[in-house]
Design a binder for this molecule. Sequence first.
Ligand SMILES: O=P(O)(O)O[C@H]1O[C@H](CO)[C@@H](O)[C@H]1O
Ligand SMILES: Nc1nc2[nH]cnc2c(=O)[nH]1
Length: 290
Amino acid sequence: MSVIINNNEAQPARAQIDPRSYEDLLIIAATIREIAGDRAQADIGIICGSGLGGLGNLIPGFPPLHVPGHKGIMLFGRIAGHRVVCLQGRFHPYEYNMNLALCALPVRVIHQFGVRTLLVSNAAGGINPNFQYGDLMLIKDHIFLPGLAGMSPLVGINDDRFGARFVSVHDSYDRSFRKLALDVATNQGIRVFEGIYVMCGGPQYESPAEVSLFKTVGADALGMSTCHEVTVARQCGIKVLGMSLITNIANLDADNSVEVSHEEVLQAASENGARAAQFVKGILEKLPLA
Ligand SMILES: O=P(O)(O)O[C@H]1O[C@H](CO)[C@@H](O)[C@H]1O
Ligand SMILES: Nc1nc2[nH]cnc2c(=O)[nH]1
């Protein structure tokens, strides 16, 4: 039986959360446990990208979603025997004044519930010329622009209970998970590539000159999320599999009027979300149980 915690329901006025306070983290986890009880336990966390909330439908007992986008729901249940917590929606830094520690807090929360494997997804613009609309890209590595610019979620006084002060991110996207996922893609006969994801600050999409810049440095896809979550996951010791759904092809030519919109992104996610969900299910079926 799955449990649903809806962050969109009317909330009473509450004190500001300090995302760098370990005590606040414990309070948030305790509040969720009050609602979900013993069911607030999971080995695997899933973060759904824009329009990819349907991944939550993999958990039996959850009603189908009809509105694409970000739902703000935390859902506990089982998929392929794994205890899973699924975050249907995420906090984007551009929504929260680039407070990346706040936006990555859900990762620390699910770590409290036992999560040691994170499957993170996003909608992204394709730069790699081989990519087509609707392709899936396993994230092999990332360029975390806000993090490089001093906005890492790990900036500030570090409470060692969160993990190390200095975190190595050389192997953020677990190699064995990527190999397993590529095998699943081959078995399912779907187009899946590996590539480098760039997190920009957004919320504006990139100019053609910016897209060209990222192409030059070897990036394959562009988005406005994920890297802050993965950085915090690595600090917690969580292993990560990341994937991007290519919802649009980023425009490299200022004389070519290709306009990208969030509606297009959501449309692409709704057209391709079922395949992405089957892919995730296939991966979970192959992952050994904790
Ligand atoms: O990364 P997700 O949450 O999939 O969302 C992506 O889609 C939105 C832009 O259309 C941006 O928020 C970008 O990051
Ligand atoms: N930054 C960025 N985010 C996206 N999310 C979906 N498509 C895009 C894109 O082209 N650029």
